[in-house]
Design a protein around this ligand. Structure first.
Ligand code: HEM
Length: 432
């Protein structure tokens, strides 16, 4: 077994991890295919090779459960698709899959476009915007509207937008500190508890209204209500989708705008394609397959800036990975950004290069376990197509009329929180 260099008695590697999580994790990559580090005295096995990552996520997935990190979300939001283990997970996945089917995407793209348009309409040329925050609001509104499209859900959409921000922040904090912290009546905890109560109440009311109306409104909630799930199960899934689908997409989309702002050549190629394909008309789902360069920009952003920097699993039966035999209960960790920035796998991995996707081998990367931004196997992201469509629609709608430029002197840094995100993204918005 390879133990990471720099272990401190009692603390393990906790300090090095806290000081610079991604630096620490990327440093482990060079030390072996499976490298063990310690949080205090608890060993965590980081898996660095694509073959072994594929085994954990796909071929040997039945030997692993989700692991500790999901426990807090499960406790707060119920055991939904994003946290459940087998056999409950497979049953839920089967019920939820149709809501994310390709046929539904056209309606979702219409929601994405109209939200994005409303959002850019508030911009004034020359203004500086805090883009990462604005995009968070946008993805929240898009997900909420895709869930509750009907008039019956209007109040829920505004409530979700109001409550979910503090809840998302609170979950991260709560996952990192002992449970007793939650019972201290700090203003943050009170806001969190009140937000969660309000959100639960309003989601329950909308579910009731949908059941009574008995109509398919063409949204996610209609699909869930029509399924064999109880009201509590439907509510749990709604909460899970809001949790799993908003920040991840917002952060990746923010990085895409950051990369466009940093490289005029890439930006102008996007402008050219958007003008040629759309000629000024609003984007629809049917246009997406023709926006090939924009698609490569999004793929490259997802590779370089994968927000999920920590994916945990827990062995539930003995399993040997490389030279390590894991006993049940052993914790395994996969860091997607560390994998996607490995110079042994990608040429010049820190360079943002949408054209690397023209490489004929690119289509093999996911199957080989080299590129897994949305996971792989039974837990592969159910919202992948939704997220890609949302990012493409947002980029195109902005780039039709606007050019976003970096603010001189403002340095954008990557910070590891619940997700790997930009510290703050300030941008000047100009009319094209
Ligand atoms: C760029 C955006 C996104 C990224 C990078 C991303 C990434 C991921 C990853 C890595 C997983 C696998 C987790 C695991 O193996 O334990 C996952 C699962 C999941 N994602 Fe996403 N996601 C994104 C957007 C979305 C969206 C938009 C939705 C919903 C609207 C969504 C809903 C889910 C759900 C429900 C799961 C659990 C699936 C299961 O276990 O069966 N995600 N996502």
């Amino acid at each position: 077994m390879t133990v990471a260099a720099g272990r401190v008695p009692g603390l393990g590697h906790a300090l090095a991890l806290a000081r610079g999580p991604m630096r620490f994790i990327q440093g482990l990559r060079a030390q072996g295919d499976v490298v063990t580090f310690y949080l205090g005295t608890t060993p965590i096995h980081q898996i660095n090779s694509p073959e072994l990552i594929r085994r954990v996520l796909v071929t040997d997935a039945h030997r692993f459960g989700r692991g500790q990190i999901f426990a807090k979300a499960r406790q707060l939001f119920g055991d939904g698709l994003a946290t459940a283990d087998e056999p409950a997970h497979m049953r839920q996945r089967r019920i939820m899959q149709p809501a994310f089917h390709r046929d539904r995407m056209a309606a979702y793209v219409d929601i994405m476009r109209s939200e994005m348009r409303e959002f850019v309409d508030s911009w004034r040329p020359g203004h500086v915007v805090r883009l990462d925050r604005e995009i968070s609001q946008l993805t929240l509104a898009v997900t909420a509207k895709a869930l509750f499209r009907a008039d019956l859900g209007t109040a829920a959409v505004s409530e979700v937008c109001r409550s979910l921000g503090p809840i998302l922040n609170g979950v991260t904090k709560r996952a990192m500190v002992p449970d007793v912290y939650e019972r201290i009546p700090t203003p943050g905890n009170r806001r969190f508890d009140a937000g969660l109560r309000r959100l639960t109440t309003i989601v329950d009311e909308v579910i009731k209204a949908y059941r009574e109306s008995g109509t398919d409104h063409g949204d996610l909630l209609s699909m869930l209500v029509a399924s064999e799930m109880t009201d509590t199960e439907v509510r749990t899934q709604v909460m899970n989708i809001l949790m799993a689908g908003t920040d991840t997409t917002a952060i990746t989309l923010s990085w895409a705008f950051h990369e466009l702002a940093a490289d005029p050549a890439v930006r102008h190629k996007v402008f050219e394609e958007v003008d040629t394909v759309l000629g000024g008309r609003p984007v629809t789902a049917a246009d997406i397959p023709r926006l090939l360069y924009v698609e490569r920009v999004v793929a490259e952003t997802v590779r370089m800036h994968t927000p999920v920097w920590l994916l945990m699993r827990k062995a539930i039966s003995p399993v040997t990975l490389g030279d390590v035999t894991l006993a049940p209960g052993a914790q395994v960790m996969i860091s997607m950004p560390a994998l996607h920035r490995d110079p042994a796998l990608f040429t010049d991995p820190l360079r943002f290069d949408p054209d690397r996707w023209l490489d004929p081998r690119a289509s093999e990367w996911p199957k080989a376990g080299v590129l897994v931004p949305f996971g792989a196997g039974r837990h592969r992201c159910i919202g992948e197509a939704f997220a890609l469509a949302e990012m493409i629609t947002a980029l195109v709608t902005v780039c039709q009329n606007w050019e976003l430029l970096p603010v001189p002197g403002h340095r954008v840094r990557e910070v590891a929180r619940a997700f790997l995100r930009p510290n703050a993204l300030l941008m000047t918005v100009q009319r094209r």
